[in-house]
Write a protein that binds this ligand. Structure first.
Ligand SMILES: [Zn+2]
Length: 479
């Protein structure tokens, strides 16, 4: 009798779990966690390709891809999971994965709130076997209430399992997190869709590999691709690249962000001045054993042109500065100076976009600097003394030196009898050097306007374009 009751109990439990498995659904609202969301993005796309499959069947499909096609090479992602455990072979890996997810989905204890999505449901412990960069086992101090691991819901655990389809390998693994549907769509096409195409052609052998090993350069390339693909859309984006590994003892994660103002600047410059942006950033790679050919505008190693394969992963000063929130206007100043004697058209719009979008200069300030530049240019021309003026402005590495150079120019302008002053006191205080504006950027933009004028007027004067322009000192002293 007792045995029979037990049997009935087991049977009831079995039926309940079966129903839970059959009724299990995944919803795809974003959680804000880049790993769960990238996995969710992959699962959503894959489930649309196989609408007849249940979630458990999709898990089985993915497990087969990982084990059979990818040879279980997920060690940088899942530590000691049924897929990566060496003690399990072939089909055992797939069966254990299915059993693990059956258990997670049919759990009926540990009611709580999921640490990723906040849903109230039955939770399971997510160690490094089913998620990345989390503490577990003896490292319980990572977790708020000393739980055995990160406590997560079945939906998030399942999404995580599909993460390998939403990654690119760049030495370490990468996820691109976006704040717009365009960015998510772009990353989905680049990763999940490409994976499925390769799987259907029989050429998929593991997590997709990028040509990039340098995540900073890769992030700018990804941003450029995104802008070009959706060129007819106005996208306002924050892009973040997670460059990480969950591998054994070498767990690591570096995060790189292109903030919204820099993205907006890139977007404008790539739509209107793409060639100029390329020329400018190309010049600022640090390529070992190579030298810059000023005539051909190219990097060369032993008279051979350096190819993109050679420089793609080299350090780029402009990209690094933009990621660190440092100004690139002084680099632009040097770049524009080198263009003075070149025949191809060059204009200051790239610098103006940057000043507006990233430095947040107002139109009034930019227009005033431009008007001052025009007046100084006329004076230089009248006096036929370009070098004299340039040396003073280029050499102003401290605020008082710029102030003194400008005051001398104002005096000169008055003494030659010009009716209009270079700048009024009101303009000086309100627009030229407003509170919170770094004076060095004013000098740099002024020089850029002057170089542009000289270039436009095809000045035949001898300007040593290799002469260094003094870097302004980065303390915002009073002007
Ligand atoms: Zn969750």
């Amino acid at each position: 009798m007792e045995e029979q009751m037990n049997f009935e109990f087991k049977d009831e439990e079995f039926e309940k779990k079966k129903r839970m498995l059959e009724n299990f659904k995944v919803t795809f609202e974003e959680t804000g966690d880049p790993f769960v969301d990238a996995g969710g993005m992959a699962l959503e796309y894959i489930s649309k390709q196989f609408p007849e499959k249940t979630i458990m069947e999709l898990i089985e499909w993915a497990a087969k891809v990982y084990v059979v096609k990818w040879n279980a090479k997920l060690n940088a992602l899942f530590l000691n999971s049924p897929i990566t455990q060496t003690s399990k072979k072939g089909n055992q890996k797939i069966l254990s994965t299915i059993e693990m997810f059956k258990e997670i989905i049919t759990k009926s204890s540990n009611l709580g709130f999921c640490r990723y999505c906040g849903n109230k449901t039955y939770l399971s412990k997510a160690g490094r076997d089913v998620s990345c960069l989390v503490g577990s086992g003896t490292f319980v101090n990572f977790h708020h209430s000393h739980e055995a691991g990160l406590m997560i819901c079945p939906q998030c655990a399942v999404k995580y399992f599909f993460l390998p389809f939403g990654l690119l390998s760049m030495g370490n693994l990468t996820i691109l997190q976006s704040t717009t549907n365009y960015g998510t769509e772009f990353w989905k096409m680049k990763t999940v869709k490409t994976n499925l195409d390769k799987i259907s052609r029989g050429t998929s052998e593991g997590i997709l590999k990028s040509d990039f090993k340098n995540p900073k350069n890769a992030l700018f390339k990804l941003a450029s691709e995104l802008i070009n693909i959706f060129a007819n859309k106005e996208i306002s984006e924050n892009l973040t690249l997670y460059h990480f590994t969950n591998f054994a003892a070498s767990v690591d994660c570096n995060i790189y962000s292109i903030p919204n103002p820099v993205f907006n600047f890139l977007s404008r410059v790539l739509k209107i001045k793409a060639r100029q942006w390329f020329d400018f950033t190309y010049r600022y790679y640090h390529i070992s054993k190579s030298k810059w050919n000023e005539k051909t505008n190219q990097w060369e190693i032993k008279d051979k042109i350096v190819t993109e394969d050679d420089y793609r992963n080299c350090r780029n000063e402009i990209f690094n500065k933009l990621l660190e929130g440092r100004s690139i206007l002084s680099n632009m100043t040097s770049y524009y100076k080198k263009q003075i004697k070149k025949t191809k058209g060059i204009d200051s719009s790239m610098a103006v976009y940057y000043a507006k979008e990233v430095i947040k200069m107002t139109s009034e300030q930019i227009n005033l600097i431009k008007s001052i530049g025009n007046k100084i240019f006329d004076l230089m021309k009248e006096e036929d003394a370009f070098k004299k003026y340039l040396v003073k402005l280029e050499g102003a590495s401290k605020a008082y030196q710029l102030r003194s150079a400008l005051i001398n120019i104002i005096k000169k302008n008055y003494s030659v009898g010009n009716e209009e002053t270079i700048v009024t006191l009101d303009e000086w205080v309100t627009y030229l050097f407003p509170d919170g504006q770094y004076w060095g950027e004013v000098r740099d933009l002024l020089l850029i306007f002057l170089y542009e004028k000289m270039h436009e007027n095809d000045m035949k004067i001898e300007v040593d374009v290799n002469e260094q322009i003094d870097e302004t000192e980065e303390n915002n002293e009073e002007i």
